[in-house]
Unconditional design. Sequence first.
Length: 344
Amino acid sequence: MQFSKFCTSAQQRYLPPLLDYLHQTQPDHPHTWQDWVVERIWGGQNNLLYHARHEDEDDAVAVKFTQLDERRRASREFRALWALQEAGLELAPVPYGLVEGRYHGRQAVIQSWLDGPVTPTSPQSPAEWARLLDHVLAVQSVRPSDTPALSAAEVAVSLPPATLRATHPRELLAFLRQRAAALPPDATIEPVATLLACLEKREFRDGPTPSLALLHCDPNLRNFVRRPSGWLAVDWENSGWGDPALEIADLMAHAAYMDVPMATWEWVVQQVAERWGDDTAVTRIWAYYPLLLTFWVVIFTQSMYELTHGLPNNRLAPRPPDWAETLPPKYDHYLQIAGNWVIE
């Protein structure tokens, strides 16, 4: 196990047995084990997440187990949280430890637990939108030059590119082609093919190569802890370096924000433009946006295939209870809105 410099000697002593216990038993119900009150946190599909509170030490932690794949999700999260701490930004949990080789086929990350309200509802006022933008832009203030390597005795804060990454719309289009090519041959791929064919005809402007910044890369509304003093974010397993304009476009296209009217997004882009003072970034936002709408069509095409063919869920956590009910309307929504933006 790798401990961060933020992990106390007491935590280094009592956290490993807790992780071993959770890995071995994978409990589903709240209970007490030794000096820990443990509760499974439901919601995400790509990880097993636990809230554990130590009764004697007054210590509350989040323990997340992730599948060990090419994304190296837990490692990304650990390093992004460390980078934020190094930058002096209290926008996310404090990283305590990372486990990479202890559990077969899994990684684990241990971090501080964040208390506060979490809701799937999109911001309902300019003040709430401002808090969301304040958070996103503060994270993006972290640049590669701000995260020097730590001593070899600790862990180098070396972040990879974000899982959703591009510095030009043509790069994102190439990524979409790869995702579409991986769809099952008997999936309903005609709408995807039509959208990609239209995007291929577009002429995307060249411009200065954007400066890379830290991206959270998952604006799901349930990932934000809405404290009055400012919003914090959890679930950094897709984070890394990328184009800040791409993250704004990702926010606008994300399925969690389907109910947000276009007038609000125009206001958001205007606010971002005023803060950045960079017209080329705004141009990239609007160039990325239809590509990311198409990205969601690809995602929901795969999901619709799994639904219609009754394929089992191969993720660590179960699908949401309303998955089969809400998936078709989401698919139809993105077919329509992507078509409006892409098909000429």
